[in-house]
Design a protein around this ligand. Structure first.
Ligand code: G4P
Length: 529
């Protein structure tokens, strides 16, 4: 009974956006509504400051903040909301992709002036492929920006979404008068005073009422009536089922900085956003309501205090009740483990908890047993699917710069890879180690952390690789596969899990290789089935 009730009141989601669109500001305003923080400015931005790519203190600062903001939980009208942080910086995109495996829905923030930007496109594509329900929030309406209809068009075209506005702006920038809330049928007038937490709302059940003209002026009222008519003509009315299936995306307009349109977004969110959803494992679909606990690791944070080799593994609870000090099976190692001090996350602090429910995230202290993607159960042998590795974009040989510290280097590399900072490939030909990353920044992060946390020094050497492709032979003993192994030997490597990978040096090579060996399938994602 209690399990069902707790599941029903949980909403776990992520906010995605291109850097600077307003993710941090919106998060902060949502927390203010939940009473989880008292003042603006309490949530620190986790972005890497511009031009800070070689400033290691900046990297550490960012890491420190991202522990504090990894999970922000608060209560709003009896609903327990968990916001999972997603780094906007493209060099940390892989982190964000993994976090998206642990959310049940997302809010996409778009800057009204900049429209759809590169990172938004990539992240929305991942959500679309997984049918994750999305709500769009168009931010910075207090500034001059694109015409609302034009922007809705752009969102449909570039992001491949089917939108339906649930609110609509009255004017914009200098002329921004407020928002008509189509969902609640009322008007919210813009005062431009960010200290006003809750704006005054005025019920408008009949758009033809002269009160509207008095409130926003005749011209704006006339335009609004026309625009709303147009909306009814162009866009399908909101349908909750379609939204939950990822087939329709409601849109809200507002200004996070001015705390405007945020309450409307939140009220609608708690009403329509999905509670924790079932998740596919390699053996079956697991439902949150099942009695037995299960969950998976989607993020690992390591060594915040270099004096203690301590890591925090973030586990999303998929089913059952997680209990402190109960023995759970770590499926990959087939070992039972107990956790005496699991952390639950609140706005900005973490606390030890005795029980947690599906949708919640628990932070488990770990001395090096966990890898991203690991599954915990009460004994069932199964593995949650859906945490893929993508081909890195940058590749370099990593060399040991201090032969006296070989062990430290190996341990450091091993742990950083488990944490998901980068991927390691070992060449079949000569055992040399290659590091692959999503962004150039990671090489510096690795070098810095190896030195400061493990006392090891490394150097890099360039390597011409375009993409890493995971290999799926149709027939292991087939002649074609044998020939492929012989001819391409120089370009073959094993990833950290021992899977065979082909390191293609150009898109041309990749294409030619695939043509020559059609029975050897090459995949740019590790989890291709
Ligand atoms: P991010 O997490 O998505 O990267 O964005 P963040 O919230 O940090 O916002 C980026 C910038 O946009 C910030 O300004 C923030 O104040 C501003 N901003 C956010 N929402 C609104 C809005 O509704 N209207 C306007 N006009 N600006 C908005 P900054 O100058 O880069 O930083 P700060 O010094 O203000 O913190």
């Amino acid at each position: 009974m209690i399990l069902k009730k707790e599941i029903g009141r949980r909403r776990t989601f992520g906010i995605i956006s291109h850097p600077d669109a307003g993710k941090t500001t919106l998060t902060e305003k949502l927390l203010l509504f939940g009473g989880a923080i008292q003042e603006a400015g309490a949530v620190k931005s986790n972005k890497v400051k511009k031009g800070a790519t070689s400033d290691f203190m900046e990297i550490e600062r960012q890491r420190g903040i991202s522990v504090a903001t990894s999970v922000l939980a608060f209560e709003y009208n009896g609903i327990k909301i968990n916001i999972l942080d997603t780094p906007g910086h493209k060099d940390f995109a892989e982190d964000t992709f993994r976090t998206l495996t642990a959310v049940d829905s997302v809010i996409v923030v778009i800057d009204v002036a900049k429209g759809v930007e590169e990172q938004t496109e990539k992240l929305v594509e991942v959500c679309r492929m997984r049918n994750i329900p999305m709500i769009v929030f168009i931010n910075k309406m207090d500034r001059e920006g694109k015409d609302a209809f034009e922007l809705l068009d752009e969102i449909e075209q570039k992001l491949g979404l089917t939108v339906t506005p649930l609110s609509f702006p009255i004017g914009m920038g200098y002329d921004f008068k407020g928002i008509y809330n189509i969902w609640e049928k009322n008007i919210n007038l813009f005062s431009g005073d960010p200290r006003k937490d809750i704006e005054e709302t005025i019920e408008i059940n009949d758009l033809n009422t002269p009160e509207l003209d008095l409130l926003v002026g005749e011209k704006a009222a006339h335009l609004l009536r026309e625009e709303l008519e147009l909306i009814h003509g162009i866009y399908n009315p909101f349908d909750k089922e379609s939204y939950l299936e990822g087939k329709m995306q409601p849109v809200f307009f507002g200004s996070a900085l001015n705390n405007f349109g945020v309450r409307e977004l939140l009220d609608c969110f708690v009403e329509i956003a999905p509670k924790p959803r079932p998740k596919q494992s390699n053996t079956r679909l697991v439902h949150p309501e099942e009695k037995e606990f299960s969950g998976f690791v989607f993020k690992i944070h390591a060594n915040m205090d270099p004096k203690h080799r301590d890591r925090l593994a973030f586990v999303k609870i998929v089913s059952g009740i997680f209990e402190r000090n109960k023995a759970y099976l770590h499926v990959r190692s087939n070992k039972k483990m107990k956790f005496s001090s699991p952390n639950a996350f609140f706005a900005e602090k973490k606390e030890i908890v005795d029980t947690s429910y599906p949708g919640d995230i628990v932070g488990l202290h770990d001395t090096g047993n966990f890898k991203i993607g690991d599954t915990l159960t009460e004994g069932e042998i199964m593995q949650y699917k859906g945490i893929p590795s993508f081909s890195p974009e940058y590749f370099r040989y990593i060399n040991n710069a201090d032969p006296m510290k070989t062990k430290q280097l190996e341990k450091g590399i091993d742990q950083l890879m488990d944490e998901g900072v980068a991927q390691l490939f070992t060449l079949e030909m000569n055992g040399r180690k290659v590091i692959g990353t999503v962004g150039a920044l990671q090489f510096e992060v690795i070098q810095y952390r190896l030195e400061h946390e493990y006392g090891a020094t490394c150097s890099y050497e360039n390597l011409n690789v375009y993409k890493a492709c995971w290999i799926e032979p149709e027939d292991l003993k087939g002649l074609e596969f044998k020939d492929f192994l012989r001819v391409k030997n120089k370009y073959l490597a094993k990833d950290k899990r021992g899977h065979l990978v082909f390191l293609a040096d150009s898109s041309f090579t990749l294409e030619m290789t695939q043509q020559k060996y059609p029975k050897v399938k090459l995949h740019l994602v590790s989890e291709y089935k």
